[in-house]
Write a protein that binds this ligand. Structure first.
Ligand code: HEC
Ligand code: HEC
Length: 293
């Protein structure tokens, strides 16, 4: 065989024996450094292929011998953050409002939890940022029916309003129209008085005489709950009438309607849906919306 090996007479390199039109192919091996690098890379790739997730099949994939997964890493991170959050929230749960306010870390945790809870649970009724809508109080406005101290808000949230629980906030307004306690003409008179004196509405149909008659009707029928000057009474959950913010829209129609068949809003109790620490947090959030006392 050795005799068959032909060498190029210029370079002295072996030829492969292939020849095209007198050109002979030289047998020049790959440089050793290149070859070894290539082999090393191939081995590296195979090792990685076996250790790490690489081969998809159907709905799953080969997980690799070391079971590495970026998803697991994220899940572990999330779990760690959650654990940290749980520690913070249990501290919020046991601290007083004063202590939370004094501790920036606790306050930040409570504010975050409160903001998220409000967006998920309260916003549909109370509007973004507690702006309110007809029938649902504007929580940012400071026109509290039941009270705007942290403890008041916490109490309202925990047991709800007319939620059916014994501890719930509950209040009534008589059905002056529907039950015939006031005659239709008297309802118009009392509405003339309330819209002019308290709601700040200008109504050319409200004559001085009817406003005066309405004032007397108000004193006997309404003042017990809403106050002599329309200032409201939190003890009985009667809203302040002398205000720019009104539960039912602030129109004359809303007054007449309320006197005929009162709207009595219901808010669910949250103690079965949110834990005590979360209720505290959302109370702080609501308090900080701008109307807190
Ligand atoms: C027994 C107490 C009580 C009496 C008496 C009473 N109210 Fe009320 N009133 C309430 C309560 C409670 C509400 C709040 C209803 C709710 O929370 O949804 C209310 C709500 C209202 C509202 C809606 C508040 C707003 O800002 O939109 C108006 C208007 C109103 N009352 C007018 C009257 C007038 C006028 C009279 C007298 C004819 C009267 N009320 C007598 C308890 C009373
Ligand atoms: C299903 C609608 C609804 C949802 C959801 C809701 N509320 Fe209310 N909320 C009401 C109504 C209605 C009232 C007023 C009841 C009345 O007429 O007296 C109210 C009253 C309140 C009050 C009392 C305001 C005052 O003037 O004293 C606070 C505080 C409050 N809500 C906070 C919240 C928070 C915080 C959440 C979320 C955890 C929430 N609400 C979720 C309907 C809702």
């Amino acid at each position: 065989m050795a005799s068959n090996i032909e060498r190029d007479h210029v370079t002295g390199t072996e030829t492969t024996g292939h020849e095209w039109d007198g050109l002979k192919e030289l047998n020049t091996p790959l440089p050793k450094w290149w070859l070894y690098t290539w082999i090393a890379c191939t081995i590296w790739a195979l090792v990685m292929f076996v250790l790490y997730p690489a081969i998809p099949y159907g709905k799953s994939y080969f997980h690799g011998l070391i079971g590495f997964s970026t998803r697991d890493e994220v899940a572990a991170d999330v779990k760690a953050v959650q654990a940290q959050r749980n520690v913070m929230m249990s501290k919020v749960g046991s601290a007083s409002f004063d202590d939370i306010r004094k501790n920036p870390e606790l306050l930040a945790a409570a504010q975050t939890a409160g903001r998220l809870t409000f967006a998920n649970n309260c916003q549909p009724c109370h509007g973004a940022g507690g702006s309110g809508q007809v029938g649902y109080p504007a929580l940012a406005a400071g026109a509290w029916i039941w009270g705007g101290k942290l403890e008041d808000i916490q109490q309202t949230l925990t047991y709800g309003i007319r939620s059916g629980l014994d501890q719930a906030r509950d209040s009534q307004m008589p059905k002056f129209g529907a039950d015939g306690l006031l005659k239709p003409a008297e309802i118009q008179q009392v509405a003339d008085y309330v819209e002019t004196a308290y709601f700040g509405l200008k109504d050319k149909d409200a004559t001085p005489a009817s406003i005066k008659a309405g004032e007397a009707l108000y004193a006997t029928n309404c003042a017990a709950c809403h106050g002599d000057k329309g200032e409201g009474n939190r003890e009985v959950g009667a809203p302040r009438l002398a205000s720019k913010v009104h539960l039912n829209g602030g129109t004359r129609e809303s007054i007449v309607k309320q006197v005929i068949t009162p709207h009595l809003g219901v808010m669910p109790n949250w103690n079965t849906r949110l834990d005590a620490a979360t209720i505290k947090s959302v109370a702080i959030y609501v308090h900080d919306l701008g109307g807190g006392e």
